[in-house]
Write a protein that binds this ligand. Structure first.
Ligand code: NDP
Length: 476
């Protein structure tokens, strides 16, 4: 019997993906650079399904049905190229190589083009949900050719998370589209986490809640429109009391680390010219938290008195923060989806944004009830310019704006940093403005660099002769 799919790279992610496939009745060929991982997998989990262990690349390739489908689950970058080069010469036209690691989408585009020349399908695939998701059902975002999805799709849909019976897997688009969408998913995840962290900081710093009390607030929020995996685990983390008897959040160093996908999202946002300020602030907030010498040097800089809230303001504060969090979250997602739209335009991908929201409802880190509303918004208008103007979101954000503004005012008054909330509101106000001071910026640019400007009342481009007393205008 031959295997319908093979997995090479059997560290935690590859092992769990292989087990997930086997548990769903698929025969899985196994391979890893060092043999020990393959042997251990078969020894420990061999009874979970049909595995064919292989101890050489040729043996692995021979174990597979045609068209062969090989999932690579190794470190992104050089190791992925090395593994592709190991297998590609052994494959035949029509075979499929899947990279399920966290590759940069530009690498995926390069690899896809090179392998297409050799008659092979290359499918860069985003996989979200960590090791638990890989085993029990991740959210899967495959790119690559439509043709490759015909054979691969059913397998991946089978092992993906399910929500309301729908698989959390769909063909995203050609070449690097899957890894691009996974990248933006991670960027949104950064923004979501930052906004939640700011909510906690405000509840504690402005309203005087203990960590345990904030945990209760998050648990309550998790029964409403904010219901999501991240809110759920936030309550768990905040409830946790360390062995020392102190709240866990107080014994952990306040320096957030990052592995780089948030940074990629921001870099590409800059390249595409998409204002993803929520994601950018979240990445910068992590950088600031980790800038130890800078923070040490600045300790002691004056701030306002931290007079805690009292009376009516205190009473409504948790609700106000919920509104601010919700509205800021809508902005972060609106920006992220705009980035996917911009990527699709730039690289010629036909991406169904509603389907993307739908496959993020389960398995992945940003899974949330809220995503149903995004799918509904794009179902109503696939060309929606921004989620902020979609029926349900528009009303909710407009209703939230008084609280949103009041929470940010409180934060400013008390000196509590809320980069995520603040940039989200600035974006909202920027988008809805009739006139922006960008007109002045154009004037400055024209003054010092003769960069020209366009007028509201006439076609063409113009330059004012700023150096002359008459300030005559020349047009083209
Ligand atoms: P690692 O990223 O730690 O990679 C270890 C695996 O890569 C091992 O199987 C190792 O083989 C193999 N490897 C490394 N270099 C080479 C090489 N030059 N040639 C052949 N094989 C090599 O494993 P993870 O399981 O943590 O992650 C796998 C991929 O999945 C990564 O791209 C990661 O970014 C991505 N990912 C991880 C998530 C997570 O939660 N961990 C979540 C989503 C995606 P050997 O055993 O011989 O050393």
């Amino acid at each position: 019997k031959k295997a319908s799919i093979g997995v090479t790279g059997l560290a935690v992610m590859g092992r769990n993906l292989a087990r997930n496939l086997a548990r769903h009745g698929h025969t899985v060929a196994l391979h890893n650079r060092s043999e020990a991982r393959t042997r251990t997998l078969v020894e420990q989990f061999g009874d979970e399904g049909d595995f064919i262990p292989a101890y050489s690349a040729q043996e692995f390739v021979n174990a597979l049905e045609r068209p062969r489908q090989i999932v690579i689950m190794v470190q992104a970058g050089g190791p992925t190229d090395a593994v592709i080069e190991e297998f590609a010469p052994l494959l035949e036209p029509g075979d499929v190589i899947v990279d399920a690691g966290n590759a940069h989408f530009a690498d995926t585009r390069r690899r896809e083009a090179a392998l297409r020349e050799r008659g092979l399908h290359f499918v860069g695939t985003g996989v979200s949900g960590g090791e638990e998701g890989a085993l029990n059902g991740p959210s899967i975002m495959p790119g690559g050719s439509k043709e490759s999805y015909e054979s691969l799709g059913p397998l991946f849909e089978d092992i993906s998370a399910k929500v309301d019976g729908d698989p959390c897997c769909t063909h995203i688009g050609a070449d690097g589209a899957g890894h691009f969408v996974k990248m933006v998913h991670n960027g949104i995840e950064y923004a979501d986490m930052q906004l939640i962290a700011e909510s906690f900081d405000l509840l504690r710093g402005a309203a005087g809640y203990s960590p345990a009390e904030t945990a209760d607030v998050f648990s309550t929020w998790n029964t409403g429109r904010l219901e999501s995996y991240l809110i759920e685990i936030t309550a768990e983390v905040l409830k946790h009391v360390d062995g020392s008897g102190k709240p866990f959040v107080d014994i952990v160093e306040d320096a957030a680390e990052q592995k780089g996908t948030g940074r990629w999202t921001v870099q590409i946002g800059l390249d595409l010219g998409v204002p993803i300020s929520g994601i950018a602030e979240a990445v910068f907030a992590r950088s600031l938290s980790g800038s130890k010498p800078l923070r040490a040097a600045a300790r002691g800089l004056a701030g306002p008195a931290r007079t805690p809230l009292k009376g009516a303001a205190l009473e409504t504060f948790a609700d106000d923060v919920e509104q601010a969090l919700y509205a800021s979250k809508v902005v972060a997602y609106a920006q992220g989806f705009n980035q996917i739209q911009a990527g699709a335009t730039e690289y010629g991908w036909d991406i169904d944004l509603g389907a993307v929201a739908s496959i993020w409802r389960g398995g992945c880190i940003i899974r949330a009830k809220f995503l149903n509303d995004i799918t509904a918004a794009y179902a109503e208008d696939p060309a929606l310019p921004t989620l902020l103007t979609a029926g349900a979101f528009r009303k909710a954000v407009e209703d939230a704006q008084d609280s949103w503004r009041s929470v940010i005012s409180t934060a400013v008054q008390l000196g509590i940093p809320t980069p995520g909330f603040s940039t989200a509101l600035a974006y909202y106000d920027g988008l809805r403005a009739d006139r922006l001071p960008a007109a002045l910026v154009q004037g400055q640019r024209d003054f010092f660099g003769a960069h020209t400007y366009r007028r509201v009342d006439r076609e063409g481009s113009f330059h004012t002769l700023w150096a002359t007393d008459s300030r005559d205008e020349v047009g083209a």
